[in-house]
Design a protein around this ligand. Structure first.
Ligand code: G3H
Ligand code: 13P
Ligand code: ZN
Length: 332
């Protein structure tokens, strides 16, 4: 049994309170390897931003949960060494069962998501409540994120063909019965690099897909029902067209890529949305730079020579998000 405090980590409680009242959102960046973690910490230290390091089921399988936990401990020391101590949360992304959440809580995670969004309402309530009771009764309070409404797209253990928007009429009951610390809602975002079907979009003069707007009316309804309660947005990558073009220029193929425009995320971050999940954009940045090196330097075979430029680009991307989209820069 390891408490996150022994690792130098914090839960989301105070961070969310400050973010909601301050009108900004915390970045929740997924990581699976050292280069991603280095880029996240470098960017967040440089911009003085608190950060949520997210571990998905896929990451646990790929990299080993214990190794990732120790990388988060290392991240605390790394930030210190870089010259500025930022608050760091280690969060389980899309926890698929009570057992997975318990395992993460007992090994040092400071925050977990229990994703019962695909279950019938009453089962989602029961499962989320069970995780909250366990997480909140720890010596050091672990925060829990629940989800109402279903995002389209494929996640590790949770996949859905179609999204179902969150029903604002359910949120008071859900939050009251489960005692969750934050609530992920569905207002039109989805996971991955192709967030909308082309037929849901329009095209600009250059043929680039322009997505339909997020359902801010649903967000406003939710905020009216549970004023000041921390709201989370998943599937919030912007899918920068520059990276898509770069990947395609260097031999990739990413047909019909479309993300959430930064302008809409900026607007969301000013509301009760206090955590914005971003994974796909990092994947795109890394892939674009690695493809560039492979194409331009076919004789290169030292992984540091292609992972290094990818890491530099990732850092730039994260710093940009903290500064220009989420508003978390300067809040650590
Ligand atoms: O929510 C989904 C995240 O993008 C994690 O993806 O399970 O492939 O690591 P992953
Ligand atoms: P993206 O696929 O839009 O980056 O979403 C990531 C996410 O929601 C992780 O939980
Ligand atoms: Zn997600």
């Amino acid at each position: 049994m390891t408490s996150y405090k022994e690792l130098g980590l914090v839960n989301t409680k105070d961070l969310f309170k400050k973010a909601v009242s301050g009108g900004y959102a915390l970045p929740a960046y997924n990581f699976n390897n050292m280069e991603q973690m280095q880029a996240i910490i470098q960017a967040c230290v440089e911009t003085k931003s608190p950060v949520i390091l997210q571990v998905s089921a896929g990451a646990r399988e790929y990299a080993n949960q214990n190794l990732l936990k120790n990388m988060a401990r290392g991240a605390v020391e790394y930030a210190h060494e870089l010259g500025y101590d930022i608050p760091i949360v280690l969060h389980l992304d899309h926890g698929g069962s009570f057992e997975i959440c318990r395992d993460c809580i007992e090994t040092g995670f400071s925050s977990v998501m229990i994703d019962g969004s695909h279950l019938p309402y009453d089962e989602n309530v029961a499962l989320t409540k069970k995780v909250c009771e366990f997480a909140h009764s720890q010596k050091d309070y672990v925060t829990v994120e629940g989800e109402l409404g279903v995002l389209a797209g494929v996640e590790d253990d949770v996949s859905a063909e179609h999204s179902h928007y969150t029903q604002p009429s359910e949120v008071i009951d859900f939050v009251g019965k489960t005692k969750v610390d934050s609530l992920a809602i569905s207002i039109g975002t989805s996971h991955g690099r192709a967030k909308f079907k082309p037929e849901q979009c329009t095209r600009n003069a250059d043929g680039i897909l322009i997505p339909p707007p997020l359902r801010f009316d649903i967000l406003e309804e939710v905020e009216k029902k549970i004023p000041g309660f921390p709201i989370v947005l998943h599937g919030s990558s912007s899918v920068p067209i520059e990276y898509v073009h770069m990947i395609e220029k260097y031999g990739g193929k990413l047909t019909d890529s479309v993300g959430i425009p930064e302008e809409q995320l900026r607007k969301a971050a000013k509301s009760a949305v206090c955590k914005i999940n971003i994974d796909s954009d990092g994947r795109l940045a890394m892939t674009a730079l690695i493809r560039k090196v492979f194409t331009e330097k076919p004789d290169e075979f030292d992984p540091r020579k292609y992972l290094g430029p990818a890491r530099d680009e990732l850092k730039k991307l994260y710093a940009h998000k903290n500064q220009n989209v989420l508003g978390s820069a300067g809040q650590a």
